[in-house]
Write a protein that binds this ligand. Structure first.
Ligand SMILES: *Cc1c(COP(=O)(O)O)cnc(C)c1O
Length: 391
């Protein structure tokens, strides 16, 4: 049998061991973890809706109507009116013809890619795409070609030399770098080469675009430009689940073929109604989004002044580049000693040599809380060499 114990030991030696921490109480900037009160800058609750009174109240009101459990898959007897109403709301919100509610973003990507591409087809995937996309590509059994991050000029000739069915997939906002994909150019190159474009806007949904309609809406890209839009509901929307939106034909096709939609229990219907309430808050959330933007801009100014290396990101994902795994951990630990929770992100989540602190912002953060972060980052600056990379 394989020596699992020594594999774990090797991970620890390499600074790659992952440990979970236990949170008590709701998700919010001031969070209790492992019994300690910390100020968190690492959740994906970008609008501060994970603990919002209106969505909690919507869930409470829905429960007596719908009960709790999903009880069955959608195609047996689990497709509840509440799910259907959420799907209609999501389609309208994203400006798509129809939408399909999935249990998680991970499952949505697995289902979409494996349903829409198969043996003999080719999937083109950005090198920095999320793990769920990578896994969906593998599951599809299609030929997978990865293109350099955000590099449409590199993708175009790859598409040109490939015949047969082609699917191009990209994160809208990249989860570990925070930059936005060149969606307009991708839509054009996909049109030129008759490829189906899929955009996973897990981190743009709720945050970017008019009323938080996402990175695709920000550029005014229609369903003809981006036929398949994936979004997650556990991040800015503050609830749980995910959706795929696009033309009715494709949604119908997914209902027939997406195994992660077919062979799993429907989400609790009350949760779908809570998510509907969350969409109302998102739609009316311009103040939240502009506060969030203010935090991001001030953070960038002050972190750069301290000599930290940031990524070209205008989104709530603001990684501080470190490089070395152990240095990233040391920085994270030093911040924790000052009462801050900022997790170190190491390979394989990011490429080797690109360990970082993934700082994320939420509309629930105050400027005073940002000041605490900046003070601690100033105090920890000596852990990195002058250039801001690992010493
Ligand atoms: C978080 C994330 C997912 C997975 O969504 P879950 O609902 O958490 O499973 C998918 N794609 C991207 C880009 C993500 O960041």
């Amino acid at each position: 049998m394989r020596d699992f114990t020594s594999e774990l030991e090797q991970r620890k030696q390499a600074g790659l061991y992952r440990a979970r921490r236990q949170v008590s109480g709701p998700q919010q900037p001031a969070i209790t973890t492992d019994g300690k009160l910390l100020l968190s800058f690492c959740s994906n609750d970008y609008l501060g809706l994970a603990n919002h009174p209106e969505t909690i109240e919507a869930l409470r009101c829905a429960l007596p109507e719908t009960g709790l459990g999903g009880a069955s898959s959608h195609l047996i007897c689990g497709h509840h009116e509440a799910h259907h109403r959420l799907e209609e709301r999501l389609a309208a919100f994203t400006g798509r013809s129809s939408a399909l509610f999935f249990s998680t973003g991970y499952m949505a990507n697995l289902g979409v890619i494996s349903a829409l591409a198969g043996r003999g087809d080719t999937v083109f995937s950005d090198r920095l795409n999320h793990a769920s996309i990578i896994d969906g590509c593998i599951l599809s059994r299609a030929k997978v070609r990865r293109y350099a991050h955000g590099d449409v000029a590199a993708l175009a000739p790859m598409l040109a030399e490939t015949s047969g069915h082609k699917l191009v997939i990209t994160d809208g906002v990249f989860s570990m770098d925070g930059d936005v994909a060149p969606l307009k150019e991708l839509a054009q190159v996909c049109r030129d080469h008759n490829a189906l474009l899929v955009v996973d806007d897990a981190h743009g949904f709720g945050v970017l675009g008019p009323q938080g309609r996402g990175a695709v809406a920000e550029l005014g890209l229609s369903e003809a430009d981006v036929p398949i839009l994936v979004g997650t509901l556990g991040k800015a929307a503050g609830t749980s689940g995910a959706f795929v939106a696009g033309p009715e034909i494709l949604m119908d096709y997914l209902v027939q073929k997406a195994r992660t939609y077919i062979y799993t229990t429907a989400m609790p219907p009350a949760l779908a109604l809570a998510t509907r309430a969350s969409l109302d808050v998102i739609e009316q959330g311009d103040e939240r989004r502009s506060h969030l933007q203010g935090l991001i801009e001030r953070f960038r100014r002050e972190a750069i002044a301290l000599g930290y290396e940031l990524m070209p990101s205008r989104t709530p994902i603001q990684p501080i580049m470190v490089g070395n795994n152990r240095t990233a951990l040391a920085l994270s630990q030093a911040l924790e000693a000052s009462g801050l929770l900022v997790t170190a992100i190491r390979p394989p989540t990011v490429p080797a040599g690109e360990a970082r602190l993934r700082v994320t912002f939420s509309a629930a953060h105050s400027y005073e809380q940002l000041d605490c972060l900046m003070q601690a980052l100033s105090d920890c600056r000596h852990l990195l060499n002058k250039k801001g990379v690992a010493s």
